[in-house]
Design a protein around this ligand. Structure first.
Ligand SMILES: Nc1ncnc2c1ncn2[C@@H]1O[C@H](COP(=O)(O)OP(=O)(O)O)[C@@H](O)[C@H]1O
Ligand SMILES: [Mg+2]
Length: 242
């Protein structure tokens, strides 16, 4: 079997907020084309992992490697490299139309024709948005806004998509639709996806493998099948991990 290329590697990274050790010696890697879950209780450091990759918080120690080369993430450069981030709470521009939101997502594309092509490509995955292009984003339902946030992130044609709690505040049926879209993005574009969720077992249906984070440390990593069968999630969430 051919080993897939490692795109991004976090090596023994720590992040501090003042006196708070948010991450403590985290090792994590993302390979080409995989969907990886990052799960753990509130305050575990999940969002901090995404933020440090996206250059939003500084490293205290450790290394980040992109294609085996050490980098210091700076947001604008990270976007140029092909990493997109959808933060928690689907912050779409409510007063702008869906089309305008997508154009903003493609801000690094300076060629008008290419911008148009990308919008069409992205809308292929989200027909519900295609029908509402001229509407204000604020008029969309929560699930549709999450779809728009995903679509907007895809406008840079990312190699890696970082998603922070895409299910937050959505009804179970809508969560399933969003997860299915995440899977479709991965299958169509071979996009590597790191998706943070608090404790949603249904996420395991779409991911290849996952990490469990607790108090700033990775306490478990396994394939989704192993995670489904293990009681590690319950243990972590019940605070029963030694
Ligand atoms: N800007 C900040 N300033 C100080 N402490 C922070 C800040 N952001 C996060 N933290 C703390 O860092 C830890 C990890 O936070 P976070 O990464 O948001 O966890 P999660 O996403 O898993 O809920 C928590 O203890 C949190 O309170
Ligand atoms: Mg968080």
């Amino acid at each position: 079997m051919i080993k897939k290329e490692i795109l991004l590697q976090l090596k023994n990274i720590s992040v501090h907020y003042g006196g708070v050790k948010a991450l403590d010696g985290v090792n994590l890697e993302l390979d080409e084309g995989e969907i990886v879950a990052l799960m753990g209780p509130n305050g575990a450091g999940k969002s901090t992992i995404l933020k440090v990759i996206f250059g939003l918080v500084p490293l205290h120690s450790g290394k980040i490697l992109w294609h085996q080369k050490e980098i210091t993430p700076i947001t604008y450069e990270v976007v140029q490299m092909g990493i997109a981030f959808v933060p928690q709470g689907r912050r779409v521009f409510s007063n702008l139309t869906i089309a305008e939101n997508l154009e903003i997502g493609g801000f690094i594309v300076d060629n008008k024709k290419e911008l148009k092509r990308r919008i069409e490509e992205v809308l292929d995955i989200f027909p519900v948005l295609k029908r509402k292009l001229k509407l204000k984003a604020g008029s969309l339902s929560g699930g549709e806004q999450q779809m728009l946030a995903l679509a907007r992130a895809l406008m840079i044609d990312p190699k890696i998509l970082l998603l922070d709690e895409p299910s937050l505040g959505l009804a179970p049926k809508v969560v399933k639709e969003v997860f299915n879209k995440i899977k479709e993005i991965n299958e169509r574009h071979k996009t590597t996806i790191l998706v943070v969720e608090h404790n949603i077992k249904s996420l395991l249906d779409i991911v290849h493998r996952g990490y469990i984070l607790d108090k700033g440390k990775i306490v478990f990593q396994a394939t989704s099948n192993e995670l489904r069968q293990s009681d590690i999630l319950e243990k972590v969430f019940m605070g029963k991990l030694a």
